[in-house]
Design a binder for this molecule. Structure first.
Ligand code: HEC
Ligand code: HEC
Length: 283
């Protein structure tokens, strides 16, 4: 490497790190930290560097099955949301290096159990959506749409995750079961509906070790799906296939944007919560 190149690399790397630092603060919430960071007036240099933060972050194609295993493993380190996000970001760290290697993926522990156990948005989906938005730029919405629709309709855990667990094909020393676990379709991206549909289908309790393990395998499956989709997107080979069902489309035609009543919003499947209230009662 020539001397000029070395200097260049050294400088741009330092700049990069400064920028990443600012970005990470941004993610946590600038207002909360403003007091600390601004006690010293930022030099013109620092301010200039902060302005060079680039978005989206660079993506390199990843191995889908490596990410599936790592997601499953990560579930036992920091639950579903962390599991997916960390699998993708740490693998990008290996392929790309900084800024990925500087990301405190632990921040995604908040998503556990549908955000601190509140059972709202499935943490695996939440972590995947964050990773997508970090790398995909303006394409994020199409990709997240696809993810959400796939999650509602896909049977979890996948055959391949069941197979890995049975064969103990990789080391998850905390892994709570090596059985083939029953599959269920979540019908919803909500942790509550997803978990309880599975409990109904499988007969296991919601705090059983088998349910944990089911969510561990699901975490791997969501990470794998996400990376496969990103790989195709960056190969310009991704075409969205997600479609809102006719039933939900019909509900939306009256209740959503521009409808006669326009009193709801959302693309989620309405039916797990509302039986069609407009059907005439059977006599
Ligand atoms: C043709 C228009 C139309 C369609 C299609 C439609 N709704 Fe409605 N919906 C209404 C109207 C009108 C009301 C009454 C609103 C009011 O009284 O404020 C209503 C009321 C409701 C209510 C209120 C509570 C109740 O039990 O009456 C729910 C829940 C609801 N709709 C859900 C749905 C769902 C879910 C679908 C799709 C399966 C759907 N709607 C499809 C027009 C529609
Ligand atoms: C996770 C469960 C859930 C899902 C899924 C869901 N809803 Fe609801 N919805 C609710 C709850 C809870 C309320 C509040 C009910 C109440 O206040 O009685 C509500 C209220 C409504 C109301 C107003 C009812 C009223 O009393 O006037 C409408 C209309 C409605 N939902 C339509 C929809 C449509 C359309 C979809 C699908 C796009 C949908 N909902 C999906 C849970 C859900």
């Amino acid at each position: 490497m020539s001397k000029e190149n070395q200097t260049k690399t050294g400088m741009s790397r330092r700049k990069f790190l400064v920028s990443v630092g600012s970005l990470a603060l941004g993610a946590v919430g600038v207002s909360a930290l403003a007091g600390c960071t601004q006690t010293e007036k930022p030099s013109a240099k620092t301010a200039g560097d902060a302005a060079t933060v680039t978005y989206p972050w660079p993506y390199k194609k990843l191995d889908v099955e490596t990410v599936r295993k790592k997601g499953h493993q990560g579930y036992y380190e920091g639950a579903c949301c962390y599991g997916v996000f960390n699998a993708i970001i740490s693998e990008l760290g290996k392929e790309v290096g900084a800024p990925y290697t500087t990301f405190p993926t632990q921040m995604f522990k908040y998503g556990e159990g549908g955000v601190a156990g509140w059972s709202t948005l499935c943490g695996a989906v939440n972590g995947a959506a964050a990773a997508i938005c970090l790398v995909a730029g303006d394409a994020w919405e199409d990709l997240v749409n696809e993810l959400m629709a796939w999650y509602e309709n896909n049977p979890f855990p996948s055959d391949i995750s069941n197979q890995y667990a049975r064969e103990k094909a990789f080391l998850v020393k905390e892994m709570k079961s090596d059985k083939t676990l029953p599959q269920s379709v979540a019908k919803s991206t909500l942790c509550h509906v997803s978990v309880t549909e599975w409990c109904k289908k499988s007969g296991y309790k919601s705090f059983s070790k088998e349910r944990s393990e089911r969510c561990g395998r699901l975490t791997g499956d969501v990470a794998a799906f996400t990376v496969d989709m990103l790989n195709r997107h960056f190969d310009k080979a991704f075409t969205p296939v997600a479609k809102i069902s006719n039933e939900v489309q019909s509900c939306r035609s009256c209740h959503d944007k521009g409808g006669t009543i326009e009193n709801t919003r959302g693309k989620m499947n309405c039916m797990p919560c509302h039986d069609d209230p407009h059907k005439k009662p059977k006599s």
